[in-house]
Design a protein. Sequence first.
Length: 329
Amino acid sequence: MKHWLKKGAVAGMLMATLLSVAGCGNQKNEQAASSSGYPVSWTETLNGQETKVSVDKAPARVISMSQATSEMLLTLGLEDRMVGTAMKEEEVFGPVADAYGKVKVLSEKWPSYETFMAEKPDFATGWEVAFTKRGIASDSITSQGVPIYIPSSMQKTDADLETVFADMLKLGDIFGVQDKAKAWVDSQKKELEQVQKDLGKQPKKRVFVYDASDGKPFTAYKGYTTNILKLIGAENIMENAGVDKTWAAASWESVVAGDPEYIIICDYSSGVRNEDDFKEKVATIRNNPQLKDVKAVKENHFIKVRLSEITPGVRTVDALKRLAAEMNK
Protein backbone atom coordinates (compact mmCIF):
# COMPACT_ATOMS: atom_id res chain seq x y z
CA MET A 1 0.00 0.00 0.00
CA LYS A 2 2.78 2.44 0.86
CA HIS A 3 4.44 1.64 -2.46
CA TRP A 4 1.22 2.45 -4.28
CA LEU A 5 0.63 5.69 -2.44
CA LYS A 6 4.09 6.87 -3.43
CA LYS A 7 3.20 6.13 -7.06
CA GLY A 8 -0.04 8.08 -6.95
CA ALA A 9 -1.31 10.07 -4.02
CA VAL A 10 -4.57 10.79 -5.80
CA ALA A 11 -5.28 7.08 -6.21
CA GLY A 12 -4.64 6.68 -2.50
CA MET A 13 -7.46 9.07 -1.71
CA LEU A 14 -9.95 6.81 -3.45
CA MET A 15 -8.57 3.67 -1.85
CA ALA A 16 -8.73 5.31 1.57
CA THR A 17 -12.43 5.73 0.99
CA LEU A 18 -12.81 2.13 -0.12
CA LEU A 19 -11.14 1.05 3.12
CA SER A 20 -13.28 3.34 5.23
CA VAL A 21 -16.56 1.79 4.15
CA ALA A 22 -16.01 -1.02 6.65
CA GLY A 23 -17.67 1.11 9.32
CA CYS A 24 -20.42 2.63 7.21
CA GLY A 25 -23.05 0.76 5.25
CA ASN A 26 -25.95 3.11 5.94
CA GLN A 27 -29.11 2.85 3.89
CA LYS A 28 -30.70 5.86 2.18
CA ASN A 29 -34.15 6.54 3.63
CA GLU A 30 -36.58 8.05 1.21
CA GLN A 31 -39.39 10.35 2.27
CA ALA A 32 -42.70 10.32 0.47
CA ALA A 33 -42.63 13.08 -2.10
CA SER A 34 -45.38 15.48 -3.05
CA SER A 35 -47.11 15.30 -6.43
CA SER A 36 -44.33 17.51 -7.82
CA GLY A 37 -41.74 14.98 -6.70
CA TYR A 38 -40.35 17.13 -3.89
CA PRO A 39 -39.16 17.23 -1.23
CA VAL A 40 -36.75 14.33 -1.73
CA SER A 41 -35.04 13.13 1.44
CA TRP A 42 -32.32 10.70 2.43
CA THR A 43 -30.08 9.91 5.38
CA GLU A 44 -26.32 10.46 5.39
CA THR A 45 -23.73 9.53 7.97
CA LEU A 46 -21.57 12.63 8.33
CA ASN A 47 -18.90 12.97 11.00
CA GLY A 48 -20.07 9.66 12.41
CA GLN A 49 -23.63 10.89 12.91
CA GLU A 50 -26.75 10.11 10.92
CA THR A 51 -28.15 13.26 9.36
CA LYS A 52 -31.45 13.75 7.55
CA VAL A 53 -30.90 15.58 4.27
CA SER A 54 -33.46 16.83 1.78
CA VAL A 55 -33.95 19.03 -1.25
CA ASP A 56 -37.14 21.00 -1.95
CA LYS A 57 -36.41 21.39 -5.65
CA ALA A 58 -33.99 20.08 -8.25
CA PRO A 59 -30.45 21.32 -7.52
CA ALA A 60 -29.15 23.77 -10.13
CA ARG A 61 -25.60 24.52 -8.90
CA VAL A 62 -23.90 21.21 -8.25
CA ILE A 63 -20.33 20.44 -7.26
CA SER A 64 -19.01 16.90 -7.59
CA MET A 65 -15.99 16.13 -5.44
CA SER A 66 -15.02 12.92 -7.22
CA GLN A 67 -14.67 11.74 -10.79
CA ALA A 68 -16.96 8.78 -10.18
CA THR A 69 -19.88 10.94 -9.05
CA SER A 70 -19.18 13.41 -11.86
CA GLU A 71 -19.55 10.58 -14.35
CA MET A 72 -22.79 9.50 -12.67
CA LEU A 73 -24.24 13.01 -12.99
CA LEU A 74 -23.06 13.39 -16.57
CA THR A 75 -24.58 10.04 -17.50
CA LEU A 76 -27.91 11.59 -16.50
CA GLY A 77 -27.23 14.63 -18.70
CA LEU A 78 -26.75 17.05 -15.81
CA GLU A 79 -23.67 18.93 -17.04
CA ASP A 80 -25.62 22.20 -17.33
CA ARG A 81 -26.38 22.03 -13.61
CA MET A 82 -22.78 21.40 -12.56
CA VAL A 83 -20.76 24.43 -11.48
CA GLY A 84 -17.68 22.45 -10.60
CA THR A 85 -15.90 19.12 -10.48
CA ALA A 86 -12.73 17.95 -8.76
CA MET A 87 -10.45 14.97 -8.11
CA LYS A 88 -9.92 13.84 -11.71
CA GLU A 89 -8.12 10.55 -11.21
CA GLU A 90 -7.75 9.25 -14.76
CA GLU A 91 -9.09 9.63 -18.27
CA VAL A 92 -12.78 10.43 -18.29
CA PHE A 93 -15.19 7.65 -19.29
CA GLY A 94 -15.66 7.90 -23.07
CA PRO A 95 -19.46 8.30 -23.23
CA VAL A 96 -19.36 11.39 -20.98
CA ALA A 97 -15.98 12.84 -21.95
CA ASP A 98 -17.40 15.68 -24.05
CA ALA A 99 -19.86 16.64 -21.34
CA TYR A 100 -17.10 16.57 -18.72
CA GLY A 101 -15.18 19.10 -20.78
CA LYS A 102 -18.01 21.59 -20.31
CA VAL A 103 -17.76 21.52 -16.52
CA LYS A 104 -15.44 23.84 -14.61
CA VAL A 105 -12.58 22.00 -12.91
CA LEU A 106 -12.14 23.52 -9.46
CA SER A 107 -9.03 21.56 -8.53
CA GLU A 108 -6.95 18.57 -9.64
CA LYS A 109 -7.52 17.17 -6.17
CA TRP A 110 -10.03 18.82 -3.83
CA PRO A 111 -10.74 22.55 -3.84
CA SER A 112 -10.33 24.79 -0.85
CA TYR A 113 -13.42 25.73 1.11
CA GLU A 114 -13.21 29.25 -0.33
CA THR A 115 -13.02 27.98 -3.92
CA PHE A 116 -15.90 25.61 -3.26
CA MET A 117 -18.21 28.24 -1.75
CA ALA A 118 -17.32 30.84 -4.39
CA GLU A 119 -19.39 28.81 -6.86
CA LYS A 120 -22.48 29.21 -4.65
CA PRO A 121 -23.37 25.50 -4.77
CA ASP A 122 -26.79 24.19 -3.79
CA PHE A 123 -25.76 20.51 -3.78
CA ALA A 124 -22.58 18.48 -3.31
CA THR A 125 -21.71 14.86 -3.95
CA GLY A 126 -18.65 12.64 -3.95
CA TRP A 127 -16.87 9.86 -2.11
CA GLU A 128 -17.21 10.07 1.67
CA VAL A 129 -13.55 11.00 2.18
CA ALA A 130 -14.12 14.21 0.18
CA PHE A 131 -16.27 15.50 3.03
CA THR A 132 -13.74 14.94 5.81
CA LYS A 133 -10.79 17.07 6.88
CA ARG A 134 -8.84 15.50 4.00
CA GLY A 135 -11.14 17.37 1.61
CA ILE A 136 -13.70 19.83 2.95
CA ALA A 137 -15.30 18.97 6.29
CA SER A 138 -18.98 18.18 5.84
CA ASP A 139 -20.16 20.45 8.66
CA SER A 140 -18.58 23.48 7.01
CA ILE A 141 -20.68 22.74 3.93
CA THR A 142 -23.97 21.72 5.51
CA SER A 143 -23.84 24.68 7.90
CA GLN A 144 -24.14 26.86 4.80
CA GLY A 145 -27.28 25.04 3.71
CA VAL A 146 -25.62 22.88 1.07
CA PRO A 147 -26.98 19.29 1.10
CA ILE A 148 -24.56 16.40 0.60
CA TYR A 149 -25.31 13.14 -1.19
CA ILE A 150 -22.84 10.25 -0.90
CA PRO A 151 -23.93 7.26 -3.01
CA SER A 152 -24.69 4.18 -0.91
CA SER A 153 -22.50 2.10 -3.22
CA MET A 154 -19.55 4.16 -2.03
CA GLN A 155 -20.30 3.44 1.63
CA LYS A 156 -21.76 -0.05 1.98
CA THR A 157 -19.35 -2.92 2.59
CA ASP A 158 -21.66 -5.32 0.76
CA ALA A 159 -22.42 -3.04 -2.20
CA ASP A 160 -23.11 -4.60 -5.57
CA LEU A 161 -24.33 -3.50 -8.99
CA GLU A 162 -27.90 -3.20 -7.73
CA THR A 163 -26.63 -0.67 -5.18
CA VAL A 164 -25.25 1.48 -7.99
CA PHE A 165 -28.55 1.17 -9.84
CA ALA A 166 -30.39 2.35 -6.72
CA ASP A 167 -27.98 5.30 -6.43
CA MET A 168 -28.66 6.34 -10.01
CA LEU A 169 -32.41 6.10 -9.49
CA LYS A 170 -32.04 8.21 -6.35
CA LEU A 171 -30.12 10.85 -8.30
CA GLY A 172 -32.95 10.70 -10.82
CA ASP A 173 -35.37 11.56 -8.01
CA ILE A 174 -33.17 14.33 -6.63
CA PHE A 175 -32.76 16.02 -10.01
CA GLY A 176 -36.18 15.26 -11.45
CA VAL A 177 -34.74 13.11 -14.25
CA GLN A 178 -36.34 9.83 -13.25
CA ASP A 179 -36.93 8.75 -16.85
CA LYS A 180 -33.27 9.16 -17.76
CA ALA A 181 -32.14 7.30 -14.67
CA LYS A 182 -34.53 4.42 -15.30
CA ALA A 183 -33.56 4.24 -18.97
CA TRP A 184 -29.88 3.99 -18.03
CA VAL A 185 -30.50 1.30 -15.42
CA ASP A 186 -32.65 -0.68 -17.84
CA SER A 187 -30.00 -0.44 -20.56
CA GLN A 188 -27.27 -1.63 -18.21
CA LYS A 189 -29.36 -4.58 -17.07
CA LYS A 190 -30.07 -5.52 -20.68
CA GLU A 191 -26.37 -5.33 -21.61
CA LEU A 192 -25.39 -7.46 -18.62
CA GLU A 193 -28.07 -10.03 -19.44
CA GLN A 194 -26.61 -10.35 -22.93
CA VAL A 195 -23.11 -10.82 -21.54
CA GLN A 196 -24.35 -13.53 -19.22
CA LYS A 197 -26.30 -15.17 -22.04
CA ASP A 198 -23.20 -15.20 -24.23
CA LEU A 199 -21.21 -16.82 -21.43
CA GLY A 200 -23.68 -19.67 -21.31
CA LYS A 201 -22.36 -22.53 -19.21
CA GLN A 202 -18.72 -21.49 -19.24
CA PRO A 203 -16.92 -22.82 -16.14
CA LYS A 204 -16.26 -20.34 -13.35
CA LYS A 205 -12.83 -18.73 -13.29
CA ARG A 206 -10.60 -18.20 -10.26
CA VAL A 207 -9.25 -14.64 -10.20
CA PHE A 208 -6.93 -12.53 -8.09
CA VAL A 209 -7.20 -8.74 -8.07
CA TYR A 210 -3.74 -7.17 -7.81
CA ASP A 211 -3.80 -3.51 -6.90
CA ALA A 212 -0.28 -2.84 -5.65
CA SER A 213 2.41 -4.18 -3.37
CA ASP A 214 4.92 -3.06 -0.81
CA GLY A 215 6.35 -6.47 -0.14
CA LYS A 216 2.82 -7.86 0.18
CA PRO A 217 0.10 -7.66 -2.47
CA PHE A 218 -2.77 -5.26 -1.85
CA THR A 219 -6.04 -6.74 -3.03
CA ALA A 220 -9.83 -6.92 -2.87
CA TYR A 221 -11.46 -9.27 -0.39
CA LYS A 222 -15.19 -8.63 -0.01
CA GLY A 223 -17.65 -6.05 -1.26
CA TYR A 224 -18.34 -4.39 -4.59
CA THR A 225 -15.38 -5.62 -6.60
CA THR A 226 -15.86 -9.23 -5.58
CA ASN A 227 -19.62 -9.03 -6.05
CA ILE A 228 -19.54 -7.65 -9.59
CA LEU A 229 -16.98 -10.24 -10.71
CA LYS A 230 -19.41 -12.97 -9.68
CA LEU A 231 -21.83 -11.65 -12.31
CA ILE A 232 -19.53 -13.00 -15.03
CA GLY A 233 -18.56 -16.21 -13.28
CA ALA A 234 -15.29 -14.92 -11.82
CA GLU A 235 -14.59 -16.00 -8.25
CA ASN A 236 -12.21 -13.90 -6.19
CA ILE A 237 -9.79 -16.32 -4.49
CA MET A 238 -9.55 -13.94 -1.51
CA GLU A 239 -13.26 -13.70 -0.73
CA ASN A 240 -13.21 -16.54 1.79
CA ALA A 241 -9.74 -15.85 3.17
CA GLY A 242 -11.15 -14.88 6.56
CA VAL A 243 -10.47 -11.15 6.15
CA ASP A 244 -13.57 -9.07 6.83
CA LYS A 245 -12.50 -6.08 4.75
CA THR A 246 -13.13 -4.78 1.27
CA TRP A 247 -9.46 -4.08 0.46
CA ALA A 248 -6.35 -5.01 2.43
CA ALA A 249 -2.89 -6.55 2.18
CA ALA A 250 -2.53 -10.28 1.55
CA SER A 251 0.39 -12.70 1.34
CA TRP A 252 1.93 -14.19 -1.77
CA GLU A 253 1.46 -17.57 -0.11
CA SER A 254 -2.31 -17.03 -0.16
CA VAL A 255 -2.13 -16.26 -3.87
CA VAL A 256 -0.24 -19.50 -4.49
CA ALA A 257 -2.81 -21.41 -2.44
CA GLY A 258 -5.68 -19.89 -4.42
CA ASP A 259 -3.97 -20.64 -7.75
CA PRO A 260 -5.86 -18.02 -9.78
CA GLU A 261 -6.47 -18.66 -13.46
CA TYR A 262 -6.47 -14.91 -14.16
CA ILE A 263 -4.82 -11.98 -12.41
CA ILE A 264 -6.69 -8.70 -12.77
CA ILE A 265 -4.24 -5.82 -12.42
CA CYS A 266 -5.26 -2.26 -11.50
CA ASP A 267 -3.38 0.02 -13.85
CA TYR A 268 -2.54 3.59 -12.86
CA SER A 269 -0.71 4.58 -16.04
CA SER A 270 -2.11 8.08 -16.43
CA GLY A 271 -1.66 11.60 -15.16
CA VAL A 272 0.33 11.76 -11.95
CA ARG A 273 0.66 8.00 -11.87
CA ASN A 274 3.38 5.70 -13.13
CA GLU A 275 3.23 5.47 -16.94
CA ASP A 276 4.55 1.89 -16.91
CA ASP A 277 2.46 0.71 -13.99
CA PHE A 278 0.88 -2.36 -15.60
CA LYS A 279 4.16 -3.61 -17.06
CA GLU A 280 5.94 -3.15 -13.74
CA LYS A 281 3.28 -5.09 -11.88
CA VAL A 282 3.41 -7.96 -14.36
CA ALA A 283 7.20 -7.98 -13.95
CA THR A 284 6.84 -8.03 -10.15
CA ILE A 285 4.68 -11.12 -10.41
CA ARG A 286 6.87 -12.87 -12.98
CA ASN A 287 10.02 -12.20 -10.97
CA ASN A 288 8.56 -13.70 -7.81
CA PRO A 289 9.72 -17.34 -7.65
CA GLN A 290 6.85 -18.19 -5.33
CA LEU A 291 4.40 -17.60 -8.16
CA LYS A 292 6.08 -19.55 -10.95
CA ASP A 293 3.57 -22.43 -10.81
CA VAL A 294 0.44 -20.29 -10.47
CA LYS A 295 -1.78 -21.02 -13.45
CA ALA A 296 -2.32 -17.37 -14.40
CA VAL A 297 1.44 -16.80 -14.47
CA LYS A 298 2.21 -19.91 -16.49
CA GLU A 299 -0.48 -19.06 -19.04
CA ASN A 300 0.21 -15.30 -19.16
CA HIS A 301 -3.32 -14.48 -18.06
CA PHE A 302 -2.94 -10.85 -16.94
CA ILE A 303 -5.85 -8.47 -17.48
CA LYS A 304 -5.53 -4.70 -17.18
CA VAL A 305 -8.28 -2.62 -15.57
CA ARG A 306 -8.68 0.86 -14.18
CA LEU A 307 -9.65 1.01 -10.53
CA SER A 308 -12.74 2.99 -11.56
CA GLU A 309 -13.93 0.02 -13.62
CA ILE A 310 -14.17 -2.31 -10.64
CA THR A 311 -15.31 0.19 -8.00
CA PRO A 312 -18.73 1.90 -7.81
CA GLY A 313 -19.70 4.04 -10.77
CA VAL A 314 -21.13 3.93 -14.27
CA ARG A 315 -18.30 1.92 -15.86
CA THR A 316 -19.06 -1.46 -14.32
CA VAL A 317 -21.09 -3.19 -17.03
CA ASP A 318 -18.79 -1.90 -19.76
CA ALA A 319 -15.85 -3.37 -17.85
CA LEU A 320 -17.61 -6.66 -17.18
CA LYS A 321 -18.22 -7.13 -20.90
CA ARG A 322 -14.51 -6.76 -21.59
CA LEU A 323 -13.43 -8.93 -18.66
CA ALA A 324 -15.84 -11.69 -19.66
CA ALA A 325 -14.45 -11.65 -23.19
CA GLU A 326 -10.84 -11.74 -21.94
CA MET A 327 -11.48 -14.69 -19.64
CA ASN A 328 -13.44 -16.72 -22.18
CA LYS A 329 -11.50 -16.43 -25.42
